[in-house]
Design a protein around this ligand. Sequence first.
Ligand SMILES: NC(=O)c1ccc[n+]([C@@H]2O[C@H](COP(=O)([O-])OP(=O)(O)OC[C@H]3O[C@@H](n4cnc5c(N)ncnc54)[C@H](OP(=O)(O)O)[C@@H]3O)[C@@H](O)[C@H]2O)c1
Length: 283
Amino acid sequence: MNKTALVTGGSHNIGQGIAIVLAEHGYDVAITYNSRREGAEDTQKQIEALGRKCFIYQASLEKAEVPQRIVDQAHKDLGGRLDLMVCNAGNGGFRGSILTITPENVDEVYTVNFRNYMLCAGAAARHMVADKIEGNIIFITSSRAEMAYPDDYLYGGFKACVKRATESMALDLSAYNIRVNCVAPGATWTPRPGREDLVKSPFVAESIPLHRVGTPRENGEVVAFLASENASYITGITVRVDGGLILPGMLEGHDKIPWVREEWKKDQYEKAMAMIKENAEKE
Ligand SMILES: NC(=O)c1ccc[n+]([C@@H]2O[C@H](COP(=O)([O-])OP(=O)(O)OC[C@H]3O[C@@H](n4cnc5c(N)ncnc54)[C@H](OP(=O)(O)O)[C@@H]3O)[C@@H](O)[C@H]2O)c1
């Protein structure tokens, strides 16, 4: 029997990348979209071309009753079996000053980026426990869960909540050998109005140690790995897929980011070559 997965927000960008990679790894998949059905149909077409099943559902996951309904529907359509729940649908939502925060600002970010994740996880875990499936729950968080940015206390804050919740959930569900992990993308190539310049800018290439933004597929491959038998002893962790984005910290002593300075690279390279030569001469 094929493995099965539900990926929320599988209609575009990272969620679409995850759903397609899972189908390549042999999963039948169910995906949700919110407002743009054409993206979900595109994912479905690509998955069916791989010979796998793909079910699509409209889901407004900010509504409290929707996660349970969607998980139940996916469980039914996927043949009464759910091996993998991927909570991906989220949104940047409100960004702005704490000085002018309103209850509506908090709810807008909380309902989609935290409550929805917890309710989908609970509904999926109940099916796994009832069906005796030693499955996986994977949350898509963000490198922003670990690194602070201005005006980002809600989105970054709730992503951090998901990371922490994952650890407790991993403890609770270990009783059933259900594993719970997070994948944390950094800046990812997800075209949308207003982002084209950012992802192609030299600033991005200079700021990210691996010189580029990530791709949805790169996140999908990590999800597939974490859900696989190859990761059978991994639970409660967060894997950052960010090209080293949040590693640098303060670059004391460097007037410019070192890994993009030609003279710095040349100096490092020449020192390494000299060391190889010196070691060879000793032998
Ligand atoms: N892109 C990045 O650089 C980046 C970096 C770090 C983390 N992330 C995280 O990765 C995940 C995916 O990001 P993305 O950039 O691929 O997002 P995206 O392009 O905006 O796609 C988001 C998906 O979630 C759905 N969605 C949005 N609001 C929803 C709601 N209220 N109810 C149900 N579904 C909803 C969208 O459906 P419709 O399109 O149909 O509305 C879409 O399928 C998010 O959790 C995000 O926080 C992204």
